[in-house]
Design a protein around this ligand. Sequence first.
Ligand SMILES: Nc1ncnc2c1ncn2[C@@H]1O[C@H](COP(=O)(O)OP(=O)(O)O)[C@@H](O)[C@H]1O
Ligand SMILES: [Mg+2]
Length: 926
Amino acid sequence: MSHAITDFTMVVGQTSEIPGETENYAGLLRRILGGKGASLWELSNKMKMPVPAFCCITACAFTETLRYNQLDSLVQWLMHPDQPLPASEARIRDLIMACRIPKGIAADLTTFTGRYPEERFAVRSSGTVEDGAETSFAGLFESVLNVQKTEDILQAVKTCWCSLFNERVQTYMTRQHTAVPLGMAVVIQQLIPAEKSGVMFTVDPVHGADTEMLIEATFGLGEALVSGAVTPDQYRYDWYQEQESDRTIAEKEHQCVRINEAPFVRMEPLPAAIASHAVLTTTEVRELADLGLQIQMQSGFPVDIEWACTGNQFYILQSRPITQFGYTSINGEWTSADYRDGGVSSTVCTPYMASLYKYALDGTMGAYLERLKLSPARGSVWQKSFFGRPYWNLSEVKKCLAKIPGFNERVFDQGLGISPRYQGDGIVSKTNLKTLLTGIRALLIIRANVKRKLKTTPSFSLGQHRRLQELAAMNFSTLPDDELFQFYQSFICKEFFVNESTYFDLIYDNTNLNGLFKDEVEKTRFDMSQFPLLISGLSGVSHMAPMERLWKMRDLIHADQDCSYYWLNSSSEQIATDLQHGETHYHLNSLRVYLREYGHHSQRELDMLVPRYAEVPEMVIEQLQDVLRQGSEKDPRVRNNEQQIRMNTVKRELLHATPLLKRRKMSQRLEQVREFLWWREELRDLSIRYYLYVRKITLAVEARLLKNGILAQKDDAFFLDMPDLVAVVRGDIPPDEARHLVRKNRAYYLSFAHYQIADEVGERYGMFGGSQLSTPQSEVQPADGQTVTGVSGSPGMITGVARVISDIHDADRLQPDDILVTRCTDPGWTPKFSMLKGVVTETGGILSHAAVICREYGIPAVLAVKHATRIIQDGDIITIDGSRGHVIPPVREAQLHPEDLADSSGHGLSADQAPVTASATKEATV
Ligand SMILES: Nc1ncnc2c1ncn2[C@@H]1O[C@H](COP(=O)(O)OP(=O)(O)O)[C@@H](O)[C@H]1O
Ligand SMILES: [Mg+2]
């Protein structure tokens, strides 16, 4: 059985070769092997899990068989399953059961089963759209257990095929308005004569505690459990704490046993004494949980698994993503709003980075609210990680703000891009003497803060820049161990903390100041859709500086023909080598200066694992080459000037809309807001500059710990919390414990690396969250061509080609004048922005990175458009209205999902011919 998987009209064996890892690998595998087959393939071939031997009759072999038997009308229906069935279910069943199976398929099948003469088999339906987005198919298709003779196996295969032609399937397809063609592969697998079997959720989907697994177990074959005939035992195991947290032993009145003739299995009563026995020992729970963790880590998202056990050996029978969560174990409400766009929660976050942020937030948020006299609950925790990403304490912040009159929860949530999960306005503050006094006091304190900070921040910033120069001159690798460790502790616990918390504190005031200003503007006749322009055109704002410098270098290089030739015709590696060799021709010195001044930036600035540009000059060289190729109409300096002119016009409009007597005050307020925002950006830059040294010093410490055998591999330091790394350095955590912690933290990180968790978790959320691909179409899809709404980030209306980008590594696909559509951006993407026509993101607000940059460039931007990357397809012509926060996707005839398409041609679809689309690519990574 050596058929390559591309010969998929035949039976595919477990040892067959698979096509190379194409972008569309997962989608392709699923179209050929069905959901279950694809999952078994990954489990056995990629993850090396204990999977019983299996082969698979591909989806195409099925349609071929139908054609071979002149049942083309059935093939037709599979292409259009929202149409009525071509005949009654019973009639179709008769036709299929009487089918002749092509010789090649039967021969391949017997070659496989012939290898296991003693074994019995499970014949399992594997639909091409089952177990994926359309979970409602689960359980609709049949599986036949415990068959041995070839004719029984073939009958069982036909039984599986029949289950596709089902009124319920048809109704479902019609209701969903989906035109996805259906396909059905069949898995033939060695049957495990299970003494115990069950399911396992690597994250309990009801509790939603991210390290707590839920195992359900019963005696005998698992059919008893999945069919709901028996109440199983439940075991909870916290893999991070490494202990069983709970067990409920059920009365398992029946078990599913094997019998020799059809239907080959039977429910049998269990004697009372056995029925109440625990199915699993604590050791077995741990063993099973270990397998589950391996699968979760390799998948990168929580999974639900079917397992069976015989003779003390566990086998994995299936694994699929868990898509819906409740969060009953999470108290309060937590959000990653403001942490996503250009932030720490844009993807899975290392424990080290999460802890640095937590250190700064916990150290400032409570104190800030205390200073405003809003009395936050004592000992509140302000940040926590869920599913590998940091979240902040939304409910506690709301509680404090509700002490001020005018607080309206719905308005507050919407401002942050949070979808409210309550009726009406939610929490609304009372207006009485007490709240009025509290409000006025807080307002005065904020105004005083702002005034004071505008005075002190310039000298603070100057001092920090001086200190950065000292740090730049230091060589950490030459310090003796104890000096380095000492330096690390004081740097991270004091210097870094002071810098970061000064920035955080300024952000709080900035947000409040902005809110107060917006309230004042709203009271005038000013057109609020122009509001973002009022805070644009900030001359010399920190994040524009690197871009402007690149353009200056462009001018220099273009002025000299030889120089232009060198830059445009050398590879980035070549130029980097010349740079390293100390060459000074072709303006390489300007590049050196650039790297010194702006080398602290990186593709993911808040991901400490990612090297800074100073470490990889190739990246800057490529950016510069990009800029060299752009026409001068893209010059950001020109557009930034135009933005300032536009801003001045809008400012005049604001003053004009303001009552005469209040104009002076309004003008002052506006200048103050703009100046404060300018300083916020300056401190953001300072923060990123400090992170360059956080990374450098931490790597120096790590190198020493690796040399001393305390840590085991590269990047281990980033898989400890900062306080733990400090403790390791001090010798307070013994080496083996440190390595154990790193292993667990790496497991935690990998477990959720590809999981798009909900933006909010906690009491009110859940079951809608975990926005994986499974979000029902109805929730994602606007009616054809209907406008979807987000938050206005930068005004202007534009129509253009949408480029759906999932990651900066994919950003090479961006063409000049594209409209970028992405989940969130990172400051490291800034150079790409200058060539864009518009930007749409799924997260962010008016002060987030994407919005600030777009306003400086004068590019329309709409933020916080839920599911934008799924509603809009790569290459769509879309219109965005940044003033009103509207996006208009194109009108589509039918909602086709290419990754779910069963192959319709029958022959010749190979990996490189498979339709590769952005959404299919995304599937491959989810
Ligand atoms: N190879 C096998 N060995 C033992 N039990 C199996 C095997 N395959 C399936 N089963 C049992 O049958 C149950 C249902 O089979 P499955 O094909 O997964 O159907 P469904 O799609 O309805 O979940 C599984 O949960 C498992 O307990
Ligand atoms: Mg199953």
